[in-house]
Design a protein around this ligand. Structure first.
Ligand code: PLP
Length: 412
């Protein structure tokens, strides 16, 4: 049997991620490989670390890539920070909070959760009460949860964690570069992300950063593989708090990215090229400008779906700039509408998970697709498909309302 070359249909990906990669990122990824210890490669690794310090707004030395999708970053952070029996507090307000809980449980932690209805966020006081009640070693909280489109405010939590001696971790996969964020200012000890949302790349690399305090905890759990240790003492240094994963052992990954260049895995070179280009483009644009771009196009999309007569889901005060959830009108089959948008217009929008499945669509304006033409085209197509499905829509209301936002911003 012979297979055809890969030739995907042209799509405009306006869901909650992945989105279309910036063509410059794809071009960077098609560059030829170099060896792991080629000076060109180690320079690229160092440059990638420096670029992501700017993206995360941190001075953390340990700012690097975890090979794998965003979930790999989450798993590396949690399994490396948490030893079996350690207490972890997870405030859950959407799908990805449940994921943090599960990963911490699998790492053997004693996990405590507080839960909030999807579409809402926690107050600082609620989180402090839970910290006082459970005395966790780690607070693990999602920043922007794409499943519900709202973002948990992180301001104040760093000081709380400091006060109570808790490590503070957040997953910013969905929010980084599209919403204001500054790791050091927020007092974070560990932050992980992914490329396929506002960073404008494909999934497969997880940028991450770790504070000196987190590094200390991780280094205290260090073990060295027998095959590369220089003495028996080094091997014996492994304790029962040893990190329970080899692939996600951050102590070893730090040694690979650091001056020792101690081999761990083989860095996913093409993904590094892509991740480096994502960060380079953001730094060139300016992080504040990137956030403003997401705010503008996200606001236009929000106004647009409202202009069509659709109802927006979730706490608008805490909505992320880069994704909006809209209630599926009672008269229509949500999946049929999504299917028609895809086959007739080549446009993909998302559904949601768990309690929101079949109730909302999620429309993203992120990364390379945080653009006026992408917003207007999506609204125009959605209006026509909704009309064919018998939903009451305001003719021209979507594109018109989005145009008004651009007009007011001086961008039309
Ligand atoms: C999209 C998203 C992820 C994605 O994880 P992958 O492993 O890259 O699929 C993780 N966390 C959050 C909060 C997300 O929104």
């Amino acid at each position: 049997m012979s297979s055809l070359p890969i030739n995907p249909p042209p799509r405009l990906l306006m869901g909650p991620g992945p989105i279309n990669a910036d063509p410059r990122v794809l071009r960077a990824m098609s560059a030829q490989l170099v060896g792991q210890y080629d000076p060109a490669m180690t320079s690229y690794m160092n440059e990638t670390m420096a670029l992501y310090r700017e993206v995360f707004r941190t001075a953390n030395e340990q700012t690097l890539l975890i090979d794998g999708t965003s979930r790999a970053g989450i798993e590396a952070a949690i399994v490396s920070l948490v030893a079996p029996g350690d207490r972890v507090l997870v405030p859950i307000f959407g799908r990805f909070g449940h994921l943090l809980r599960e990963i911490a449980e699998r790492a053997g932690a004693e996990v405590h959760v507080i839960e909030r209805e999807w579409g809402t966020v926690f107050t600082e006081a609620e989180i402090e009460r839970a910290i006082v009640a459970t005395k966790p070693a780690l607070l693990a909280v999602v920043h922007g949860d794409t499943s519900t489109t709202v973002a948990q405010p992180l301001e104040g939590l760093g000081a709380l964690c400091e006060k109570h001696g808790v490590l503070f971790y957040t997953d910013v996969t969905a929010s980084l570069a599209g919403n204001a964020f500054a790791a050091d200012e927020l007092g974070l000890d560990a932050v992980t992300a992914g490329l396929q949302k506002c960073l404008g790349g494909p999934s497969g690399s997880a940028p991450a950063t770790f504070s000196p305090r987190a590094v200390e905890v991780i280094e205290s759990r260090k073990s060295i593989e027998a095959g590369i240790a220089s003495s028996a003492d080094e091997i014996a240094a492994s304790t029962d708090r040893r990190i329970r994963s080899n692939y996600f052992d951050l102590a070893m990954i730090f040694d690979y990215w650091g001056a020792k260049r101690l081999n761990h895995h083989t860095e996913a070179t093409s993904m590094l090229y892509g991740a480096r280009e994502c960060a380079r483009l953001l730094v060139e644009e300016g992080l504040a400008n990137a956030v403003e771009r997401h705010r503008l196009h996200g606001t236009a999309m929000l106004a647009g779906v409202g202009g069509l007569g659709l109802t927006v889901f979730g706490d608008l005060e805490h909505r992320m700039n880069n994704v909006v959830a809209v209630e599926i009108p009672a008269a229509v089959n949500g999946d049929a509408v999504r299917g028609e948008l895809l086959t007739d217009f080549g446009i993909e929008i998302g559904t949601s998970f768990g309690p929101l499945h079949g109730k909302v669509w999620r429309i993203g304006t992120m990364g390379y697709n945080a653009r006026k033409d992408a917003v207007l085209t999506t609204l125009a197509a959605l209006e026509q498909v909704l009309r064919r499905h018998g939903a009451p829509v305001v003719g021209g209301g979507g594109v018109g309302a989005a145009y008004d936002v651009y007009q007011d911003a001086g961008a039309a």
